[in-house]
Ligand binder design. Structure first.
Ligand SMILES: NC(=O)c1ccc[n+]([C@@H]2O[C@H](COP(=O)([O-])OP(=O)(O)OC[C@H]3O[C@@H](n4cnc5c(N)ncnc54)[C@H](OP(=O)(O)O)[C@@H]3O)[C@@H](O)[C@H]2O)c1
Length: 338
């Protein structure tokens, strides 16, 4: 092993045009820490907001919240892990278990703490989770953010059981994972996408219904029709201003709207009467804990779920990978191998 690592650090004014691989010394794990040889990361919209400078971070910060690789060295006092173990890092490295707190949500990999756009990183041993057996590093790198968010939305926050209905927006990393997990549980899915071709592929993956939100811009009544006029038990909202009121309208009386982000600019207006008079429960959520990730790893193994990977890029082409994501041409996850 050389003592030099390759990594990407944010520029003073980050943008997709100034992402470059650089070299520096391989860090040494301290007590309770582990040195990882990172083999893959994957793209999330949150990572784009960081690398493009929309979530400002100090120059030099290593972006990317997803990471999978092998343990290369153990710091003093680390128990339960061995050199060579295949592991995943965590979006919130200090959120090991229990509910979210200000303290355990303070460190965010690739945002407020260094992330995984580096071939060697040091992380706390308690933040690690074993990869699902037989998975490639690229596959495992899709779980810590998108996979985990999908799992927590359906199982922990949504507490949905077989026979429930869910509305999933788009065909990106998060929604495709939610489709796969929903299908394994027996939850019925209504998916909206900008593309008929993608809707056809989503149906091949098990989606029960698809609506093109370009050709049917007022899609909430169509969602209700597809659910016998009732509306869905849970709607996921990622469109912000462009989708929020419609997502509320697509929920059943007493339904649940989970807000996980926004791919459109601007905060949505609250459709007050609809929310109040139809008893809609609105909640926000971000990713999950290391314990949730371990639950998810067991679930995907038990149900033989494998991630849908659209395309893999080398680290030096991270900017091109984000441009591919922004183009909307992808379906499922985009990964980066190191
Ligand atoms: N809070 C959390 O824990 C968490 C975790 C992961 C992701 N997120 C959020 O979830 C969103 C998706 O993330 P991702 O990583 O899956 O991104 P992604 O892979 O880039 O997918 C985004 C997809 O959203 C769909 N979309 C865009 N505008 C839409 C609209 N107006 N209505 C419906 N669908 C729309 C598009 O699907 P089509 O091409 O099919 O139209 C697009 O492919 C982002 O806002 C992200 O920040 C939140």
């Amino acid at each position: 092993m050389t003592d030099v690592r390759n990594f990407i650090g944010l520029a003073e004014r980050p943008s997709l045009d100034n992402i470059a691989v650089t070299q520096g010394p391989i860090p040494v794990p301290g007590p309770g820490e582990v040195l990882l040889r990172i083999r893959a990361t994957s793209l999330n919209y949150h990572d784009y907001l960081v690398v493009a400078g929309f979530i400002p971070q100090p120059a030099g910060r290593i972006p990317m919240s997803d990471g999978a690789g092998e343990i290369a060295a153990l710091g003093a006092g680390v128990e339960g892990w061995r050199v060579g173990d295949r592991v995943m890092g965590a979006f919130f490295p200090d959120w090991v278990d229990g509910p979210p707190t200000d303290a355990n949500n303070g460190a965010i990999s690739g945002e407020t703490a260094d992330g995984f756009a580096a071939d060697h990183v040091v992380v706390p041993a308690y933040s690690l989770c074993a990869m699902p057996t037989g998975w490639s590093f690229a596959e495992a790198a899709t779980l810590p953010c998108a996979g985990l968010t999908a799992w927590r939305a359906l199982q922990v926050e949504g507490r949905l059981e077989a026979g429930a209905t869910v509305l999933l927006p788009g065909s990106g990393g998060l929604s495709v994972f939610m489709l796969q997990i929903a299908k394994a549980i027996g939850i019925r899915t209504v998916m909206i996408s900008s593309s008929d071709d993608k809707l056809a592929r989503l149906k091949e993956l098990g989606a029960d219904h698809g609506i093109n939100y370009r050709t049917v811009p007022d899609w909430a009544p169509a969602v209700r029709d597809l659910t016998g006029g009732r509306g869905v038990d849970l709607a996921l909202d990622i469109g912000g201003q462009s989708t929020f009121a419609r997502s509320v309208a697509a929920c059943r009386m007493g339904g649940h709207l989970l807000v996980v982000g926004s791919t459109s600019n601007g905060a949505p207006e609250l459709p007050l009467r609809d929310v109040v008079m139809r008893h809609i429960r609105i909640g926000g959520m971000a990713v999950g804990s290391v314990a949730h990730l371990a639950d998810l790893a067991r679930f995907v193994e038990a149900h033989a779920i494998r991630p849908v990977i659209d395309r893999d890029f080398p680290l030096a082409e991270l900017g091109a990978a984000f441009r591919h994501q922004l183009s909307g041409a992808h379906m499922g996850k985009i990964t980066v191998s190191l």
